[in-house]
Write a protein that binds this ligand. Structure first.
Ligand SMILES: [Zn+2]
Length: 322
């Protein structure tokens, strides 16, 4: 999944909003009453510090903004623009409709509307991308001005992200000493904090995509339903081997696996899924207890997931099943 959201924020009101709820973070506990318990808990899981950058848009003329907001996918890159340049970017980690909270944070505009179509951001970073460079990257005319809140087409989103990948995304951790050195140069030294922040955000987004904020979930490999805290958001293809675009393929790269065996067996390549979606067991798995678990507890086959087939194929090849 690859998506870019353009958020012009150059007028006086927008600048104030940016200072108040992105530069200054929103304290989640202070708004627990309006967030509601489920959303509050979800945001706390995404932002363990208890504070989050937030943004919102009004419904817009003819509900134009609402229609665009509904297209936002988790993990999208939001670009904030003013004075003919994109000055910051962040990853959209949660999307929610909350008029009372918007009124409390930002009030109402001259038409009585509020910025009720909201999102929370992670990994916000300052950038300096002139409109001209943005226009060139996505194929707009060079004098194009970014007009309103817009969700870019997939084609334009891909083009932008290829030219301007989020800096933290480029870094793998753990990395080789050379890569660490290069990353340090790219990130002005504060490497560890930013990489950890990104990975935490990425893991949270994957969990959210798989769990949808629910307190329980189903293990993809054994079908047992259990408390979400004993499920992991696993990568079908090993995360460190994924390209950036594969990592962002949130709906297809992940699956929920239970910590009671399935995650460990799949992660280590003792089991895999074949092209007919059947469970296959590595010859190297000879332990009786583990084999009994596979036979008695795990699925013999899973529901077909064609969009994930290439990731399962990678897993089979990587672990010498074929
Ligand atoms: Zn399981």
């Amino acid at each position: 999944m690859t998506q870019v959201v353009l958020q012009p924020s150059g007028n006086k009101g927008s600048r104030e909003h940016y200072r108040n709820t992105i530069d200054e973070l929103v304290d989640l506990a202070a708004h627990r009453d309006l967030l509601g318990e489920a959303l509050f808990q979800h945001l706390i899981s995404l932002f363990p510090s208890g504070q989050a950058p937030m943004w919102g848009v009004t419904p817009g003329q003819g509900d134009r903004n609402r229609a665009s907001w509904q297209k936002i996918e988790l993990g999208a890159s939001a670009l904030f623009a003013a004075d003919k340049q994109i000055f910051s970017r962040g990853m959209i980690a949660a999307v929610f409709h909350n008029p009372p909270l918007a009124r409390r944070l930002w009030g109402i505009d001259e038409n009585g509307a509020t910025w009720e179509y909201m999102y929370a951001l992670d990994s916000v970073e300052e950038v300096n991308i002139p409109y001209a460079a943005f226009n060139a990257a996505v194929g707009y005319k060079s004098n194009n001005i970014i007009q309103g809140f817009t969700v870019l087409s997939e084609e334009k989103s891909v083009a932008f992200l290829q030219t301007f990948p989020a800096s933290a995304v480029r870094v793998e951790w753990p990395a080789t000493p050379d890569e660490v050195e290069e990353a340090r140069r790219n990130l002005d030294g504060d490497l560890e904090r930013r990489v950890e922040a990104w990975q935490r955000a990425e893991q949270s987004v994957l969990r959210e995509a798989l769990l949808r904020g629910l307190a329980t979930g189903e293990c993809a490999l054994c079908g047992r339903v259990m408390d979400s805290r004993i499920l992991v958001a696993a990568h079908i293809k090993k995360r460190s081997c994924c390209t950036d675009s594969e990592k962002r393929d949130i709906t297809n790269i992940g699956m929920l696996n239970c910590k009671f065996g399935c995650d460990e067996l799949y992660e280590r390549g003792f089991v895999s899924i074949d092209e007919n979606w059947s469970m296959i067991v590595a010859p190297s798995l000879t332990d009786d207890t583990a084999l009994a678990y596979v036979m008695d507890t795990m699925h013999t086959s899973i529901a077909p997931r064609p969009a994930s087939a290439k990731y399962f194929a990678w897993h089979r090849q990587h672990h010498n099943f074929e």
